[in-house]
Structure formats: structure tokens, C-alpha cells
Ligand binder design. Structure first.
Ligand code: SAH
Ligand code: F3S
Length: 481
């Protein structure tokens, strides 16, 4: 069978060119985290083997799939609006169209979509995509279909994802699925199940394959990558029951990083997300040892108050987090660091909020992702704590956090002005067709005149100016072949 040739992303719709012989049309959209986008590539790969080509025209689709996010109420509302839109098209233009919900909302709401709401034909949880061909035959025979069973094994290690949203330069490679941390605000452990790691050999195969196809940068993906542990398969929580032999030959995250960095020394290696409680000195030292592991860590803190961290069931204090930042900066002085912070978690006082602001002042993050607390049904926080911070206060605190972050981002980008940094070119700048856009190892975006360089080149760029989010500069030559 002819394989995918040119792949492109259009908005959040994922499109690839046609596979010869396929007659059915799939419209697939993704919301939420990078893992969802990565999973949609797996889904498209499975369905391309089963007669489907992707389309970006909703109206002509035989099958519409939406890969959904439950992390905050707003994310679910966005998906609901899309479902209304699909149903309007179904009623007016395309009555034979089938609609399926994938991902975290499928897992969280299960049968509700089919029984109470009657708005979809198919509900498939994040571990059940291999069952899609079976589920679709049921749908074609006129029955609704559902599979929301969560798995104990890494689920898709043997499927080679089609790179739907690809620039041909950067790609995501998933290394763990699920999460065992049970942060009290978070719905992920319920929607994505228990934590399990993927066989390092299968990870290496995917990375080598990407390198052979010309990709220059990979991001190892997991809810909590530092907790990666391969001991021959099975859940992380069952590691204690493993044999002595399995324990002695297990691979942890630092081990996996070295394997990947050594396998492809010319590729940039990134990873996301790190949980402070699991990030070891070993990982930091491994980052320092390999030049091709990018000096950048996304290190969500959620709150700067030890009391709130405890309520959130984060397994570290403010002081331990600061110690970790100090360790990172002493071993990798130029390491870029970013944050996730939640404003207005239940019981958060003005003093707790000030602790968050002062922690930010200490770290001076390069950038961050900041959210108002959104109560999620079924989580420990929803069951045990009243959502007691008024909306107006949540908003004001979030605004203060965002403002401080903007100040710090501007401070960080300013530090690069005058320096010459390595940039991997990813695409044409959104604002100017004559400029390239790429990133430095610390993950900050750089734009600079195209000259004769091309997408995928590693270029040394002299930084001449900046905003709080973007560096501007001029290329001074190639960095490596
Ligand atoms: N470990 C995960 C975290 C997933 S959720 C990862 O790989 O990124 C991403 C971020 O969403 C969290 O770090 C947290 O800051 C935010 N978040 C999660 N649940 C939330 C909630 N109920 N309300 C507001 N923000 C939330
Ligand atoms: Fe959620 Fe905490 Fe895991 S934020 S994904 S439960 S590390």
C-alpha cells in the first residue's frame, strides 16, 4: 500500500495525504495536551489500514472523531460546542456521518454520551484505539459502540504513528502512559489510568526511524517522564513484585535519556513533563553530559505555598522545589525552566498566593502556563474540599501571576540579546514570510531573515532584539551538518 506522503496540520484538524485504495473519509480533530495530538496520529495510522483517508472538510466525512480533553471545565465546553456543530452538519447535510468521541472525555463520561445525551455513535477511551476497526464495524451495522477499558501495558508501542501535524523536523515520542500521582485537582489518573512505561527498544526504534526520515528533534512524552521505569512490562506500581533479575536490569528515565542521546547524537532531545518530586540528580547530570539533550525543563510547581502543595498532594515542599531549582542551575547554569501554576485552589489564602508570587520571583521562569482552578468531578479535591475561592479573586490572582510571568519572560529573553545561539529552523514565521521561526535549546522562539537557510537546518543566530516571548536575530552560519 502506498504510504503517507505529505502531511500537514490545518488548525486543530489533522490531515494527511491519501493512501491509495482507501475510500472512506475521516475528519479528526484534537484538543488538549501533546499526548492527545500524538494519540491522534496513532488513530489515523490504525484507520489508514482500515480504509480511511483523512479530510479537512467536515461536511464530506464518513467518520468524525474528536480527541478530547477533560483537564478543565472550559476544555470540555469547547468539545461540546464542536459536538453540536457536528450534529448540525449531520442533521442538515450529511445524515450518514458517524461521530465518535475519543480521549479523556470518553473515559470520564463513558456511556453518558450514548445513553443520556444520544449525540454520538462511538465512545473510545485512550487505551482502546486498537479496537477501533471492530467498534466501527458495529457502528456500520447500526449499533452504538463503546470501549473505555484502561490497560496495564504500554498500549501502542508497536504502531508507527503517521505524522499528521508534522513539519518534518520535530516529533513527539510517547514513553509512558497514565499517571499514579493523584494530585487532588487532577482528572488525568481517572481518564488515562495507571502509569506504565514503554519498552526502551521500541522507543529507540521509533527515534531511529524518525532520524532516518530526516527529523531533527524529538520530545519524549509522558504525564510524568521522570517516573519512567521499564522492567519488562506491567504497571509501575507493581515494580516491587518484579523479579530480582528484572529489578537489576530495569531502565529508569536517566538511563533512557542516555540511550536515546547516544543513539542519535545529532538529534535534539527534549522531554515533557517533569514532576519535581521525581526529578533526580541523575537526570540533571545526564542532561549536562549530553550536548544534544536540550537545556530546558518544564517543571510545573502549581503553588509556592507548602501548605497548598500538601492539599494538592504534591509530594514536595516549597523548600524542596527551590533546592531542585538550585541544583539544576548549579549543574546547568543556562537551563531554561518553565512552570504550570494554578490560581485559587480551595483554601488558598492571600498569604499562600503571595508565596506563589515570591517563588516566581526567586526562579524567574522563562515562561509558563497559568490557570484558574477548575473543580473536576470525581477528583479528591472535588470530594474533600469546597471550591471556596470566589471567581473574582481567582481571576485577580491569576492576573497577578500572569503579569509577574510576563516581567520574568522579558527579563529572560533580554539575557539572550547579544549572544549567538543555536536555532533549529522549524517553519516560516507567522508574522513575516521572509523570516524563519525556530527555537534555541532553552525552547525560546527565535525569528530571523531566511537568506539561503532551510527548514531543518541548525543555524547559529546572533540575537539582536527581543520581546517578552520572542527573540529576533540574524544568522551567522551553520551550526552542524
Ligand atoms: N503531568 C501532566 C500534567 C497534566 S495537566 C503533564 O504532562 O503536563 C497540565 C496542567 O494543567 C497541570 O500542571 C496543572 O497546572 C493544570 N491543571 C490540572 N488540573 C487542573 C484543574 N483541575 N484546574 C486548573 N488547572 C489544572
Ligand atoms: Fe495530573 Fe499530577 Fe499526574 S497533575 S497528570 S496527577 S502528576
Amino acid at each position: 500500500m502506498e504510504k503517507v506522503i505529505d502531511e500537514k496540520k490545518q488548525g486543530t484538524k489533522l490531515v494527511m495525504d491519501t493512501v491509495a485504495g482507501n475510500t472512506k473519509k475521516l475528519f479528526i480533530e484534537s484538543y488538549g495536551c501533546q499526548m492527545n495530538f500524538s494519540d491522534s496520529e496513532i488513530v489515523a495510522s490504525i484507520l489508514s489500514e482500515n480504509g480511511y483517508n483523512t479530510t479537512n472538510q467536515l461536511e464530506e466525512a464518513d467518520l468524525v472523531l474528536v480527541n478530547t480533553c477533560s483537564i478543565r471545565d472550559k476544555a470540555e465546553q469547547t468539545v461540546r460546542k464542536r459536538l453540536e456543530k457536528y450534529n448540525a452538519v449531520k442533521k442538515t447535510i450529511n445524515p450518514s456521518m458517524k461521530v465518535g468521541v475519543l480521549g479523556c472525555m470518553a473515559e470520564r463520561l463513558k456511556n453518558k454520551f450514548l445513553e443520556e445525551e444520544k449525540i454520538v455513535d462511538l465512545v473510545v477511551g485512550p487505551d482502546a484505539y486498537k479496537d477501533l476497526p471492530n467498534l466501527l464495524s458495529e457502528v456500520e451495522e447500526g449499533r452504538n459502540a463503546i470501549n473505555v477499558i484502561l490497560s496495564k501495558e504500554e498500549t501502542y508501542g508497536d504502531i508507527s504513528p503517521v505524522r499528521l501535524q508534522s513539519n518534518g523536523v520535530t516529533a513527539f515520542v510517547s514513553i509512558t502512559r497514565g499517571c499514579d500521582n493523584m494530585c487532588t485537582f487532577c482528572v488525568v489518573p481517572f481518564t488515562r489510568g495507571r502509569e506504565r512505561s514503554r519498552d526502551p527498544q521500541s522507543i529507540l526504534e521509533e527515534v531511529n526511524d524518525l532520524a532516518a526520515k530526516g527529523f531533527k528533534e524529538i520530545t519524549l512524552l509522558g504525564q510524568n517522564v521522570d517516573s519512567y521505569l521499564w522492567y519488562g512490562g506491567g504497571l509501575k506500581k507493581d515494580f516491587d513484585k518484579a523479579s530480582e533479575m528484572q529489578k537489576a536490569t530495569a531502565t529508569n528515565f536517566a538511563g533512557l535519556l542516555s540511550l536515546v542521546a547516544e543513539a542519535q547524537p545529532k538529534m535534539r532531545i527534549r522531554f515533557s513533563t517533569s514532576n519535581p518530586q521525581d526529578m533526580t540528580m541523575d537526570v540533571i547530570e545526564t542532561m549536562a553530559r549530553y550536548q544534544n539533550i536540550c537545556n530546558y525543563i518544564h517543571l510545573p510547581v502549581q503553588s509556592g505555598s507548602t501548605r497548598v502543595l500538601k492539599e494538592m498532594n504534591r509530594q514536595h515542599t516549597r523548600e524542596e522545589y527551590i533546592q531542585l531549582i538550585d541544583n539544576i542551575k548549579s549543574i546547568i547554569p543556562d537551563c531554561g525552566i518553565s512552570q504550570d501554576i494554578i490560581a485559587g485552589f480551595p483554601t488558598e489564602t492571600e498569604e499562600d498566593h503571595q508565596d506563589t508570587l515570591s517563588l516566581m520571583d526567586y526562579v524567574k521562569y522563562d515562561f509558563g502556563f497559568m490557570f484558574m482552578y477548575s473543580e473536576r468531578p470525581g477528583t479528591l479535591a472535588a470530594r474533600k474540599l469546597e471550591d471556596d475561592i470566589p471567581e473574582a479573586i481567582k481571576k485577580r490572582r491569576l492576573q497577578e501571576i500572569v503579569e509577574i510571568q510576563q516581567k520574568h519572560s522579558a527579563y529572560r529573553t533580554q539575557q539572550f540579546v547579544g549572544k549567538t545561539m543555536e536555532v533549529l529552523i522549524e517553519k516560516t514565521s507567522k508574522r513575516d514570510d521572509n523570516q524563519w521561526s525556530g527555537r534555541i535549546p532553552q525552547n525560546t522562539v527565535v525569528v530571523f531573515p531566511k537568506e539561503n537557510y532551510k527548514v531543518g537546518d541548525f543555524v547559529m543566530v546572533k540575537i539582536t532584539d527581543c520581546t517578552s516571548a520572542t527573540l529576533m536575530g540574524e544568522a551567522v552560519g551553520y551550526s552542524k551538518e
